[in-house]
Design a protein around this ligand. Structure first.
Ligand code: SAM
Ligand code: SF4
Length: 548
């Protein structure tokens, strides 16, 4: 059996895919190593959403190529969105690559690795598993026969298999995307929207909680568009199987549940009610259009559901939204935000913006800035437009905003967001809330921990905090680079020996908190404590743990 190195780029969906790949390969006897220099198999799970993510992965291919040039036996594989987007031409441009596997074909990875071990250099068909345009042609029946579901079902409930914290896990509810925003590669690389059967999802959540997971984040590109119609898609054994999303008509015509359908709101309620030992249930990423009041009512009535909504708006200009094919106007987005806070007053809101989309004028951009000032975004991820092959935008529009101007707009928006974040944080000062501990740090009596953020021009504004080197695990893939001045130890053991500790973590609304605590409290990563919030900064809130 082989030793495998796997590096993940990109979003939470990729992190989850990597975890599932790890489960699958471990169950076949492969072992994982953190050292790419000695691994028999080196795999990169890649991202195509922006050019920068791809450039990083290409440079890794060059480095591994050096090992091959030295005559070392190593199998090099490209997984994920880049494999799907580039197609087999990547094999010609990077002859050191032995295998490629798209995100929709990951269940076939063990076979590809096996083929690579057996034959020095087999034909491309034996080394490549890509959906091509097959996913776009998928019928409901094709999705029913979709073996990718086996990858999710085969998940090992092993805390060590996860990249992040063992007490937190992702669960996929929807794969792919049908929205075709003009700038985005995801519908091409991940295929059509496919919804998993609710029973599979609830069972997966239950098993994760049995394995010690405290917090689950449900994943979908447009997670609130989840909808499963029972009795339509059954496999050969009569079990319910994944099914293609019903399209927009279902949201317009079928506002009331028809007795055969599990909506997103119903799924949230089911998980909450049927997995009572789950402490926190979250979801990413919401699509602002069709965010029903049924979901808001479930959010308001279920205490262990986190009232945190990440709903990217992308631009404050209706003209830009139209060119992006987002399908809503700014007034519709505002109405959605009003409904959110009316029904769930303790909700928090986060988003994404793209700056420098083709033809974006200073006036369009000013409208985005005005929206960041107006709405209570706790944070926004801000991206410079990156033209992506295969998208509608690259063929239709010239990338006419110069890079220097994109960088400038990015930084201007970061500055405005910083003020909005401080304002949102201030509105929480004086309250006592629940927080989940992500890091624990020893500190001598009277000593504080100073946090300094470097606003990377290319990063989204994620008010992240850390008490060790690097940022807290971000609720999104990207984040603000952080350097922490002060204490650097993260060992819980030492924390208990100290007279007091500083903890960092997140509230149910995903607000980052740094709090002092006495060492006697139940202080360990994954524990949930109550904190009194005393001070607001753009990046985080500060407070102290209260023992009630
Ligand atoms: N499905 C989610 C949604 O629609 O909100 C987002 C998924 S996308 C992978 C994450 C974010 O990347 C988007 O919200 C968008 O802001 C950004 N993004 C996608 N394509 C981009 C591009 N070509 N250039 C710059 N940013 C892009
Ligand atoms: Fe991409 Fe738009 Fe789908 Fe999000 S909704 S994944 S931005 S196409």
């Amino acid at each position: 059996m082989a030793s495998v190195f796997l590096e993940t780029f990109g979003c939470q969906m990729n992190e989850l895919d990597s975890e599932l790949v790890r489960s699958q390969l471990r169950s076949l006897g492969h072992v994982f190593t953190d050292d790419w220099r000695v691994a028999d198999v080196v795999l990169f799970n890649t991202c195509s959403v922006r050019e920068r993510a791809e450039s990083k992965a290409y440079s890794r291919l060059g480095i591994i190529g050096q090992r091959k040039k030295r005559g070392e036996q190593v199998i090099l594989g490209v997984l994920g969105c880049m494999a799907e987007r580039d197609g087999p031409s990547l094999l010609r441009r990077y002859p050191q690559v032995d295998l490629m596997c798209g995100p929709g074909e990951l269940d076939r990875l063990p076979m590809l690795i096996d083929n690579s071990f057996r034959s020095e250099r087999g034909p491309a068909e034996e080394r490549v598993a890509l959906a091509g345009d097959r996913t776009r042609r998928s019928s409901t029946l094709a999705a029913a026969g979709d073996d990718l579901e086996l990858l999710d079902l085969g998940r090992a409930f092993d805390p060590d298999g996860r990249d992040g914290a063992p007490w937190s896990a992702y669960v996929r509810i929807t794969r792919g995307c049908n929205k075709f925003c003009t700038y985005c590669v995801v519908p091409n690389t991940r295929g059509a929207e496919v919804h998993r059967p609710p029973d599979h999802i609830v069972e997966e959540c239950r098993r994760l909680v049995d394995a010690g997971v405290v917090e689950i984040t449900l994943l979908g590109q447009t997670v609130n568009h989840y909808r499963y119609t029972h009795g339509v898609t059954v496999d050969s054994q009569g079990r319910e199987a994944p099914q293609i999303g019903p399209g927009l008509a279902a949201f317009r015509a079928n506002a009331l549940p028809d007795g055969r359908t599990t909506t997103f709101a119903m799924l949230l309620a089911r998980i909450h009610d049927e997995v009572p030992r789950l402490r926190r249930l979250r979801f990413l990423t919401s699509y602002p259009r069709d965010f029903g009041v049924d979901v808001l009512d479930v959010l308001a009535s279920r205490p262990r559901l986190c009232p945190y909504v990440h709903a990217p708006v992308q631009s404050g200009s209706d003209r830009m939204l139209k060119l992006m094919n987002r399908g809503y106007t700014i007034d519709e987005y505002r109405a959605f935000v009003d409904r959110l806070f009316e029904r769930v007053p303790d909700a928090t809101l986060a988003g994404d913006f793209i700056v420098g989309f083709p033809t974006e004028t200073e006036e369009d951009f000013e409208q985005s800035l005005a929206l960041v000032r107006e709405l209570p975004f706790k944070n926004n991820f801000i991206f410079k437009y990156s033209p992506r092959p295969g998208t509608v935008a690259i063929g239709r529009f010239e990338d006419d905003v110069p890079l220097a101007e994109k960088k400038l707009r990015n930084n201007r928006m970061l500055a405005v967001q910083s003020e909005t974040s401080r304002r949102v944080h201030r509105s929480w000062v004086g309250r006592t809330v629940e927080m989940i501990i992500e890091r624990v740090e020893a500190t001598a009596p009277g000593e504080g921990v100073e946090v300094a953020a470097e606003l990377d021009a290319d990063a989204g504004f994620e008010p992240a905090a850390g008490t060790g080197a690097g940022a807290l695990r971000s609720s999104r893939g990207a984040g603000v680079a952080l350097s922490v001045l002060g204490q650097r130890s993260t060992a819980t053991r030492r924390a208990h020996a100290a007279e007091s500790v500083v903890i960092t973590g997140r509230t149910t609304g995903d607000l980052i908190v740094s709090a002092s605590a006495s060492a006697e409290a139940d202080i360990r990563p994954g524990a949930i404590v109550r904190v009194h919030l005393e001070h607001a900064e753009p990046l985080l809130l500060r407070g102290r743990v209260v023992v009630e």
